[in-house]
Design a protein around this ligand. Structure first.
Ligand SMILES: Cc1cc2nc3c(=O)[nH]c(=O)nc-3n(C[C@H](O)[C@H](O)[C@H](O)COP(=O)(O)O)c2cc1C
Length: 353
């Protein structure tokens, strides 16, 4: 018999009660010191019937923060805040991993702590603007290129964040490796103009991501580390000359690490089938994402093409999405205006069916 969304599944060392995954979503509602609060506990608790929650992107360091009010995972207060979240999810029988997101060049100093910097593989500014509480929309910062001798320290931030994640009771960690953030900046020709061991050849462009994964798996064990990709994603002014070649080589290199899962988003490039690429080059469970509904999710599981399916936008207005999908109940819409605003409105006030 083939699997459905409601059957359990094992992703590495993480046992899921069902195959409905809540996709990571930045909601910009962290409290003072970028620490989660009781409001965030309630939001995740409401959604704990997902087989797995992937947290919103969390910065592994002050430099890694790009957007306003995003939570971190590098101070004691942040670990304590997240511990309350993971305890609440576990009390409901759920599982939750932390998505480690270093924004690199995508950010504004106005969203960062005093003294924190916007750093990237190369000093190439992304075209575009970003929201700040202090000044509204502003141009993205001009990043400072990381010196070669600083890179081990940045990899160390991912190692430390992984240690913090385990201390906070997360079931694992997911490396955010898309959407134009730091790992994607190292992978891509447009943003990586380095001439040292971390740039130039394809082999060198992969080095940062592989060393980050080695650091994360050394701490958590490979069965508790996942990675999220979207080959060909131009978000945040990202350009790569040949994303198919880059991601095929990356996945060939990552496969022997035996990660818990690969979380793969449909490519916006029509000519690039990122699910097929993942199946060909990654040996391990796949979570697939983007614009799935119950019928298309069942099809992909039925065909054995993925282990689980993640849902983003549907989770905003439907905290009980698993039940609604199972019982064929209607799905509620969400309010765009309150996606990233502080407070409970548009966050914890969407009722269960
Ligand atoms: C409000 C919002 C915030 C998001 N934040 C993140 C994020 O922090 N990390 C990430 O990898 N993807 C992020 N995404 C992308 C989603 O995880 C997902 O890939 C996207 O919504 C497509 O899936 P869907 O069609 O099920 O919504 C975000 C999406 C939305 C709508």
């Amino acid at each position: 018999m083939t699997a459905t969304l409601f059957d359990p599944v094992q992703l590495g060392d993480i046992q899921l009660a069902n195959r409905v995954v809540m996709a990571p979503m930045t909601r910009s509602r962290a409290g003072p010191g970028d620490a989660p609060t009781a409001l965030n506990v309630e939001y995740y608790r409401q959604r704990a019937s997902a087989g797995l929650i992937v947290s919103e992107g969390v910065q592994p360091s002050a430099n890694g923060k790009g957007y306003c009010r995003t939570p971190g995972l590098h101070t004691e207060a942040q670990v304590a805040g997240w511990k309350a979240v993971t305890d609440a999810v576990h009390a409901e029988g759920g599982r939750i991993v932390a998505q480690i997101m270093h924004c690199g060049r995508v950010g504004s100093h106005l969203n960062k702590d005093p003294g924190a910097e916007t750093v990237a593989p190369s000093a190439v500014r992304a075209k575009g603007q970003i929201y700040t509480d202090a000044a509204g929309m502003v141009d993205l910062d001009e990043p400072r290129a990381l010196r070669l001798d600083e890179i081990p320290g940045v990899i160390g931030e991912y190692r430390h964040a992984t240690q913090c994640a385990l201390g906070a009771g997360f079931d694992g960690v997911e490396l955010h490796c898309t959407s134009g953030y730091l790992p994607a900046q190292f992978l891509s020709t447009g943003t990586n103009q380095r001439t040292d061991a971390y740039g130039g050849s394809l082999h060198n462009r992969l080095r940062f991501v592989l060393e980050v994964l080695e650091a994360m798996t050394a701490v958590a064990g490979s069965g508790r580390v996942g990675m999220r990709i979207c080959p060909g994603n131009p978000f945040n002014d990202l350009h790569d000359d040949d994303p198919h070649e880059t991601f095929a080589a990356l996945l060939d290199a990552v496969s022997p690490m035996r990660l818990a899962y690969l979380h793969v988003i449909r490519s916006p490039r029509r000519s690039l089938d990122s699910f097929a690429l993942a199946r060909e080059h990654f040996r391990g469970p796949l979570i697939v994402n983007d614009s799935f509904d119950r019928a298309s999710a069942d099809r992909v599981l039925d065909a054995g093409e993925a282990a689980a399916v993640s849902f983003g936008r549907s989770y905003i207005g439907n905290p009980d999405l698993v039940r609604r999908l199972r019982e064929g109940l209607p799905l509620a819409d969400f309010d765009l205006a309150t996606l990233y605003t502080p407070g409970p409105k548009g966050y914890t006030d969407y009722p269960a069916a």
